[in-house]
Design a protein around this ligand. Sequence first.
Ligand SMILES: [Zn+2]
Length: 187
Amino acid sequence: MDKEKIKQAVRLLIEGIGDDPARPGLRRTPERVAAMCEEIYAGIGADPAKVFGELHREVHDEIVLVKDIPFYSMCEHHLLPFLGKAHVAYLPDAGRICGLSKIARCVEAHAQRLQLQERLTAEIADSVVKALKPRGVLVIVEAEHLCMTMRGIKAPGSRTVTSVVRGLFRENPATRAEVMALIQRTA
Ligand SMILES: [Zn+2]
């Protein structure tokens, strides 16, 4: 990441909005933002396929669901955060499963970049398909977009829900209903 460029851009932004980059409170802001970018955009250039590592071979052919995975991403249209939870379910094939934390790291790798919620949802599903070749995948992302809640239509608390369904979860309504019930169960 080009931190110098980020610092220049932040100084220009501060000037552009009519504030003074030289005043004490803002003097170190460009540096802080540049350091923060390394963290919040860590997914740029990362290979999400690598997070899966070694797969386990287990005799497990039932639904695996990792739900309520928290994530933070940045809307590519407004450079404001959108954040919420992802739920990722898959139906293993031939016992191919991964550690549960790998799913959360896959979500993180796709979230930590300039994103759109729809694309985030599809990219997570595609990564799981590629890594595990499961019989089915279902990804649901629920998020609050600060570009909706602090500007424009100002709809605080409103959430956007997106889903991507692949394979058996798409073809078989009973299997899909089973996984939806698991996601909606609050306990
Ligand atoms: Zn936006």
